[in-house]
Design a protein around this ligand. Sequence first.
Ligand SMILES: CC(C)(COP(=O)(O)OP(=O)(O)OC[C@H]1O[C@@H](n2cnc3c(N)ncnc32)[C@H](O)[C@@H]1OP(=O)(O)O)[C@@H](O)C(=O)NCCC(=O)NCCS
Length: 325
Amino acid sequence: MASYSRITGTGSYLPPRRVTNDDLARELAQRGIETSDQWIIERTGIRARHFAAPEVTSSDLAFEAARHALEAAGRQASEVDLIIVATSTPDMVFPSSAAILQNKLGVAGCPAFDVQAVCSGFVYALTVADAMIRTGTANCALVVGAEVFSRILDFNDRTTCVLFGDGAGAVVLEASETPGILASDLHADGKHVGILCVPGHVSGGQVTGTPFLHMDGQAVFKLAVRVLEEAARATLAKAGKTDADIDWLIPHQANIRIMEGTAKKLKLDREKLIVTVHEHGNTSAASIPLALDDAVRSGKVKKGDTVMLEGVGGGFTWGAVLLDM
Ligand SMILES: CC(C)(COP(=O)(O)OP(=O)(O)OC[C@H]1O[C@@H](n2cnc3c(N)ncnc32)[C@H](O)[C@@H]1OP(=O)(O)O)[C@@H](O)C(=O)NCCC(=O)NCCS
């Protein structure tokens, strides 16, 4: 049984259609809804996001990200013995997007399942994969965050539709005798269901309730700032580390103000904060692996660096993973 699990490759994929704030403002204006590049940048830090074409699904984006991660790890899909996809916008009600991804990768047999923890999905999925590797259930896991959030946005609601985008990120996580994942800390508090949700469901052949994302932005903001600090501190304590040991902070990419607030509370220099929200918007479960891959490929995050990943989202869910690359 391996003592640790370690990331051996990262990958990501963004659908080609890039929509700037000005593009979106023009589209919304046609519906009589007013927004502006300036408002969106000032409140969120977002300048652009990517939207998938109507026929493209989460598993399509996951497939591209997974291919890149496998290539970076020097692994074939046939060597993967566990597939976990974190998504809140799965291809179907069932089966899981992980099972669909497995088939697209041309392999069969290994366990494949989805994790649904909204924007905390990737840190949840990574923690599950780490535990399965350390108990000997798997050796080489593919852990993916993939979303087509554009499908659940109400483009008549300017308070939410400007915030989100589509994309996917993936890592290959392998058994290792050197650390790896150092510690993680996951939480949920279901009493906050109503502040961030898509309350619709399928019943009797119809969608009942609303199939669009609903959010109380200010309530989410306040909760996020508090729990992100708590999760980071709890994870550092479990690993026997301090703020000073963090080389890079990769929080869920939802809002630059939440991210900078978290970095400040952890007494980290702004340069240690990995930021992709300006180009990706909030891609929910995909945001952390997308940002991680971006930072690895740009040469910022290097082998041996200590990285804090932090997720927060609907549920309410939150959590962190501290790891050595
Ligand atoms: C959503 C969010 C950006 C809104 O910012 P805010 O500073 O709280 O703004 P408010 O909701 O108070 O709205 C301020 C004003 O801007 C307006 N506004 C809202 N969306 C707008 C838009 N897209 N364009 C222009 N004006 C907008 C509001 O109507 C309001 O106008 P009013 O003062 O005349 O009533 C912010 O609350 C936030 O980021 N929350 C967390 C969201 C998040 O991270 N979610 C994902 C977590 S996983």
